[in-house]
Design a protein around this ligand. Sequence first.
Ligand SMILES: NC(=O)c1ccc[n+]([C@@H]2O[C@H](COP(=O)([O-])OP(=O)(O)OC[C@H]3O[C@@H](n4cnc5c(N)ncnc54)[C@H](O)[C@@H]3O)[C@@H](O)[C@H]2O)c1
Length: 340
Amino acid sequence: MSAGTPSEFVRVGMVGAGRIARVHANAYRAVARGAIVAVTDPIEAASASLSAEYGYRVVPTFADMLADPEIDAVLLATPNSMHAEQTVAALKAGKHVFCQKPISLTLPEADTVVAAAAKSDRVIQFGFMLRFTPPLPALQRRIASGELGPLIAAQAAVFGWEPSSEWFYEPKNGGGVILDTLVHFGDLVLWLFGPAEHVHTEGGAYKLAGAKKFDSPDNAIVTVKHRSGVVSSMYVTWTAGHGNFRFDVYGNEGHAGVDLVKSQALEVHLTPRAGEPDGWQYPDLVWDYGYAGEQQYFVDRILGRVDGTTAATAEEARAALALMLAAQESLDSHAIVELP
Ligand SMILES: NC(=O)c1ccc[n+]([C@@H]2O[C@H](COP(=O)([O-])OP(=O)(O)OC[C@H]3O[C@@H](n4cnc5c(N)ncnc54)[C@H](O)[C@@H]3O)[C@@H](O)[C@H]2O)c1
């Protein structure tokens, strides 16, 4: 860690005081060696309410936050279209950056983040909390160990909260359910199965008025063929509620599945092998630790206590965006879209 950052404790400034800001505020109650100390939001009532509830100092503007020497890191919880510009500005100001997903809504903007990250010695991390939600890193380790054998397919059902604001549907500000919400699983399947070869999407605006207004999907099924040969099929929805969050991976030697809502465990079933027990295993736990885990990791990276390799790099966040853009293009064009 370089000079100018305290070695014992990380002071985080929250940028944006909307719905996810509260999730992060609660998560920080379980984070050691770091705390959110300040908040800024152009809607004064929003920052005042968060400040009253969590004791944060209100900072008038984002620029004031960047200029504040009492803030080591910023947590960007703002609309998607602002992420790239705010990330680059914060890195230039010498702040560590935790940026909500997606990295941006366009690849040129994502490139500015990748370039700024490459030039900066600050920590940059993105809001892919599934990498920190215990059953999923456990699944990643099992896949990497080869336990399931050569992989064949994966199937996911992914819920997202119904949007709280209209900007989520707008192509220029939120990008719709694929870019905003499925990007979590875009990152996950690239992490687990490697780069994508092509993608095919079906879906549309089935229910939500905002989705219909902007002709932006509220439900979609995205099928990705990875270069490794694995096929990932992901159903994403803003209308099915929280009960729908499952991920299954099938290999030649077994199956592993995660239910992030009901059993909150990793279930594994291995094909019988000589000398090994067959049957179901439920070795892992709990959904809620993902948010606290990612913030603890962010803080510990800044303090130099972890190596940072679990988190998505800017290049990986860009790759997740590129995959989602191709998925959206496939939906719009009714065609299979090749990835470079
Ligand atoms: N990881 C997750 O599970 C998850 C879940 C929900 C949302 N998100 C992400 O979090 C981000 C915010 O989503 P949300 O649901 O909280 O949206 P929201 O609309 O509830 O809140 C966004 C807030 O940002 C504020 N804002 C706008 N411009 C700003 C600026 N220049 N400086 C500071 N604040 C500004 C708005 O006034 C608003 O209060 C989005 O990128 C979204 O994709 C992630």
